[in-house]
Structures are given as structure tokens and as C-alpha cells.
Design a protein around this ligand. Structure first.
Ligand code: URA
Length: 233
């Protein structure tokens, strides 16, 4: 099936009256030109089926598994990372390698439970070769999936880990060290840019002003906001 066929198939309104409308799950996203409008998916499972067949960018050719998300699908807090690494590509689950283990420890330090309070996903669902940073085109091709995830989970707070997550969601290209720890509003949602846990692994010092120290400040601010808006009354 050509890209053009897929394009018209995906746009259900473009089907003529004589053609039964294809269901979303029959349609395979083969090009970044194919729109994925808000409300395309009813469930994360349905979206994950698409992600595992997706060829909207070149990363589809080299993935083992698309990595969609894990945690509570109704979580008040969503964490957005950059892209899967090797462990994630092999398991199909985000943040299961060393960076993920550190992230879980950071959350546990303020009594946030990844399975209960958090849903975690990435800007890009497929691993970039050699863990390079995803390109602007790859980010744009995958963005509709992230937007669908945010719509379906409907989190009160979004944590953006690292500059790629900030850029991928909000298009804000400021350096992460400048904006970490500050609340920003995106589409009416409270977002906080935080340092990426992999950066903390490369900078293990704990002195005042170090990446770990900054993360400790930021995660406490997140916990306080969570108590304020999620546990009020
Ligand atoms: N780093 C990320 O940004 N995401 C993952 O899933 C794993 C490591």
C-alpha cells in the first residue's frame, strides 16, 4: 500500500460513501504526513499497536519494540523522557535501565510511587541508533503519539526530563540548566523541566549546587505541588 493510500485511509472523512470506513487499528502510520488528530485513539493499547507498526520516521526500521509507557494510566503526574535506550528497546518498557532505576529512587525519596502516582513515557517511542539524540524530524513524527498519551492520561503535572523532552513537548529550546525547577504552563497544564537522570549518573557529586542537589530541590517542589493540587481537601 502506498503512502498516498494510507494518507487517504487515515483521514476517515476522505472515504467515499461506498467504502466502509476503515477502523483506526487497520491503518498503519507509514509517513509523518499522515495526520493523527486528537481523539484518534480510545485506549493506550490501541495506540501501542500502531506504535509497534509505525514507520512515520526512520527509527521504525531499527527498533526491537516501540516503547510506549508504563505506570498508572490515570496518574496525576506524567513524566516525559527523551527516547528508549537499549534496555527499553529490548523490553518495550521506558526507564528500566540505570537511569530508570535512579529515577525510581528519586521518586521514592518523596514517596511517589511509579505504579500509582506516575505514568511515564518518552518523546520518541523508538530507540535512536547508538542512543543519539532524536532529530527534529523524528521528534515531530512521534509528537502526535505523545499528545494522545497526555490527552488520555490527563495528568495534573508533567515532568519533562532533559532538554529534548522540553523541546519535544513545548518547543522551548532554552537550556535545561536555565529552566529546570521552574513551573511552566503548556496547554493549561503545569509542567516542570527537571534534569535527566542519566545526567545525574554522569555527575554523581552531592554538594550544594550539584545536579543531584538540584534534583533534590526540584523533586521536593514537585511533591509540594502534588500535595497542594492533588490532595487538597
Ligand atoms: N532515557 C530516556 O529518556 N527514556 C528512557 O526510556 C530511558 C532512558
Amino acid at each position: 500500500m502506498s503512502n498516498e493510500d494510507q494518507l487517504s485511509l487515515f483521514d476517515i472523512s476522505a472515504n467515499s460513501a461506498s467504502t466502509p470506513p476503515a477502523t483506526v487499528s487497520e491503518l498503519i502510520p507509514t509517513s509523518a504526513k499522515i495526520p493523527i488528530p486528537p481523539g484518534t485513539y480510545q485506549t493506550m493499547t490501541q495506540m501501542a499497536e500502531h506504535c509497534n507498526q509505525c514507520q512515520r520516521c526512520g527509527l521504525g526500521k531499527t527498533r526491537t519494540h516501540a516503547v510506549v509507557g508504563r505506570g498508572n494510566l490515570q496518574a496525576p503526574i506524567m513524566i516525559v523522557g527523551e527516547a528508549p535506550g537499549q534496555n527499553e528497546d529490548e523490553t518495550g518498557l521506558p526507564f528500566v535501565g540505570k537511569a530508570g532505576q535512579l529515577l525510581e529512587k528519586i521518586l521514592a525519596s518523596v514517596k511517589l510511587d511509579l505504579e500509582k502516582d506516575i505514568y511515564i513515557a518518552n518523546v520518541n517511542k523508538c530507540r535512536p541508533p547508538s542512543n543519539r539524540v532524536p532529530t527534529t524530524e523524528e521528534i515531530a513524527a512521534c509528537r502526535p503519539y505523545l499528545l494522545e498519551q497526555i490527552r488520555m492520561v490527563d495528568p495534573k503535572i508533567i515532568l519533562l526530563t532533559g532538554a529534548t523532552a522540553v523541546k519535544g513537548l513545548t518547543n522551548d529550546k532554552r537550556g535545561i540548566t536555565k529552566i529546570r525547577g521552574t513551573w511552566i504552563e503548556w496547554e493549561g497544564r503545569l509542567c516542570m523541566p527537571i534534569l535527566h537522570p542519566a545526567y545525574l549518573l554522569r555527575n554523581p557529586g552531592r554538594e550544594q549546587g550539584s545536579p543531584k542537589w538540584l534534583m533534590w530541590q526540584d523533586i521536593q517542589a514537585v511533591r509540594a505541588k502534588f500535595d497542594e493540587i492533588c490532595n487538597a481537601g
